[in-house]
Design a protein around this ligand. Structure first.
Ligand code: ADP
Length: 337
């Protein structure tokens, strides 16, 4: 499905002696097949590989086990991360990162694959900048908001999960001729909301990238009602940076007696069995991470760009924000009634 670059194991010295793999930050479906990809590719190349428990929290105390091929059997279909994930604020301290590097060196590990979102990738970049440990990042988040990759691991599954839920809500909206505001995840970005809105035929999509025109929305809904059109339907709302956005919109619609029902999908979007697409993406990225290490790369994230596996320096990932494709959102607007 993805075109993988041909990388040469250039210098025998580039080949890591042992690799540690960890998952950090918010979990997402597809982390397990990504771990499996790293482990199986490392073993295939005769490299020792260790699974770190609870992300950076486990790294700093050396909570890691050497893995063999069967350590990653029967996980490809499981959601979440079997290595567990954690937030570890202590990792922002350079002294703690030094401690983690020393732990790795003691165990003979000279490279780490970090699977996580932009926070986790920032930690990975700092770890290698300050210490003699090589790192490769993989984009793991349902939000799809990471620069340097068209897709993140977990996004496809989260979109499918939300679409399935909204299809069910649609049955009730139609039966009761009611209006639903459905809030989906995505933090500051409207990737999930836009894709979900298109896929489930939403009557409107509200995302942080476009200023909320609540008066215009009320006007259109009231107008529909005055013209005798059904006021039932689904409005997909991206959660945005501040919680409660959907409840506030509902309050304003209530003032116009539109009486919307609010449904916040929440964490059901983060769990569940990864989609076939996410399993393939995660497997390609996980195995590629080992190829890149053997070819001498360091301090890069491996993602997909235009159907090809491609590396991007981690500092660029941290410095840049990924923008939603305006044309896609405009297409979504075209699809509204
Ligand atoms: P995500 O990786 O999903 O974006 P977070 O932003 O919570 O999630 O980051 C996950 C972890 O990555 C943090 O708990 C911390 O251990 C590490 N991290 C985040 N930001 C930094 C930073 N600026 N410096 C070092 N480590 C960081």
């Amino acid at each position: 499905m993805y075109i993988t670059p041909t990388l040469n194991d250039s210098e025998p010295t580039s080949k890591p002696r042992a690799i540690a793999v960890l998952t950090s930050g918010g979990d997402c479906p597809g982390m397990n097949p990504a771990i499996r990809g790293v482990v199986r590719a490392a073993l295939h190349k005769g490299i020792k590989v260790f699974g770190v428990q609870r992300g950076y929290s486990g790294l700093i105390i050396g909570d890691m086990q050497e893995m063999d091929s069967s350590s990653v059997s029967n996980i490809v279909q499981r959601g979440g991360t079997f290595l567990k994930s954690d937030r570890c604020p202590a990792f922002k301290d350079p002294a703690v990162r030094y401690q983690a590097a020393e732990v790795l060196k003691e165990k003979g590990i000279d490279a780490v694959v970090v699977i996580g979102g932009d926070g986790s990738l920032t930690g990975a970049h700092l770890l290698t900048s300050e210490n003699d440990i090589r790192v490769i990042g993989l984009p793991g988040t349902i939000d799809n908001d990471i620069y340097g990759t068209d897709l993140t691991i977990g996004f496809d599954t989260a979109v499918n999960t939300a679409v399935e839920a909204i299809d069910r809500i649609r049955d009730t909206a139609l039966s009761h001729e009611s209006l639903f505001l459905v809030e989906v995840m995505g933090r500051n970005s409207g990737f999930i909301a836009t894709h979900v809105g298109i896929a489930c035929g939403a009557e409107m999509i509200i995302i942080p990238e476009y200023e909320l025109q609540i008066d215009a929305i009320c006007f259109q809904l009231v107008n529909n009602r005055l013209q005798g059109k059904s006021s039932s339907g689904i409005i997909v709302v991206a959660e945005g940076p501040k919680p409660g956005v959907t409840t506030n919109i509902a309050k304003q619609l209530n003032q116009q007696e539109l009486d919307p029902k609010v449904c916040i999908l929440g964490h059901i979007q983060r769990g569940g069995s990864p989609s076939g697409h996410d399993r393939v993406l995660a497997s390609c990225l996980g195995t590629s991470a080992v190829d890149y290490l053997c070819a001498g790369y360091n301090d890069v994230m491996i993602g997909v760009q235009n159907g090809k596996i491609k590396e991007t320096p981690l500092h660029q990932i941290i410095e840049n924000n990924k923008q939603l494709d305006n044309q896609l959102f405009e297409r979504a607007l075209m699809l509204h009634k």
